[in-house]
Ligand binder design. Sequence first.
Ligand code: XMP
Length: 321
Amino acid sequence: MDVKEITLEELDTEKFIAEKVREISSVVDDGVAINALSGGVDSAVVTMLAHRALGDRVKTYFVDSGLMREKEPEDIVSVFKDLGVPVELINAQETFFGALKGQTDPEDKRQAITRSFYRDVFAQLVRETGAKHLLQGTNYTDIEETVAGIKRQHNILEQLGINPEEAYGYRVIEPLIQLRKSSIRKLGKALGLPEETYSRPPFPGPALAARVIGEVTPERARLVRSATTIVEEELSQSGAFQYLAILHEDKVTGIRDGRRDYGFQIEVRCWESTDAKIGSPTRLPYEVLDRLANRITTEVPGVVSVTYNITRKPPSTIEAV
Ligand code: XMP
C-alpha cells in the first residue's frame, strides 16, 4: 500500500490542518470544488477543511440515498448551518434503490452504491457546477480493508484501479487518507465541530445498505431504520465505539397474539474498538438486551426475533455487508 499512515501519536493537529488547507487551495487553485458530506465524522472534518481552504468556492452536498437514519438529512443540514456552512440536500433515492434492485451479493451491492454516488450523482453535480474536484473523507482503514480484499469500501477508487478523472470526469481529493478514526476525531475538535459530531459513532458510507442482508428495498430500509433508532436510543450512553441493527434475509416462525407469525429477524451489534480495525462485542447488561428485544419486537412491525452478536472482529466485521 503506497499510502503511509500517520498515527495518533505522530499527528500534530495544527500543522496537519494548515498543511491540508494549503494543499486543497493549491490543488483547486482558482476553480470550484464539490464536497460530499455524509454526516459522519470523516466527511464532517473534510467539510471544515474545505470550507477553510476555499470558502464559497466549495459547494457541500448531502446525498439523501434513502438509506440514511431517521431525520438524518435535516439534522446534518441544521448542524452545518449553525457552523456557517451551507449544505444542499440532494434527493437521490430513486437512483440508489434502482441500482440496488435485485442485488443480493454484498460486493455487488457495494459496487452499486459506489456507481450511484460517483457515476450518477457526483458526476452530474460536477457538470452542473463546473467543478473539477470532489472532496471526500476516505480514511486509512477504508483503504486497508479494500486493498486486503475484505470489503470494497464505497469511497475507494484508485486502489481498485479506477481513475476517477477518466471514469467520471473529475479528480478526487482525500485529505484524511493517512489517518484513522481517533486522529480524525481530534481534528474535528480542533476545527470547531460540536462534540456530538466529532465524537459520533462511525456510520458507513453505504449507510443502512451495509446493514440489510439480501436485497435492499425501500421497505427493508424502513425496517432496519426503525430498529436502528431504537438501538441508538438504548445504547447511546453505553460508551461503545459503534452500535447498530442488522436486518437478516431469512424469516423465522414466531407467535403473536397466540397465532403463528412468520417474521423478520434483527441482529444487534455493539462494538468496543478504537479504530474499527479490530473490535470486540460490548458486554451489555442483560436488562439492556432484554429492553432492546422488547422494544424492537413491539415497535418494529413484523419483527419476531432479536439476537445479539457476540463475535469479535476478526472473524466478524463491524457491519454485516
Ligand atoms: P467493517 O464492517 O469493515 O467496518 O468492519 C469498519 C468500519 O468502517 C465502516 N464502514 C465503511 N465506511 N465506507 C465507509 O465510509 C464503507 O463502504 C464502509 N463500510 C464499513 C464501518 O461502519 C466501521 O466503522
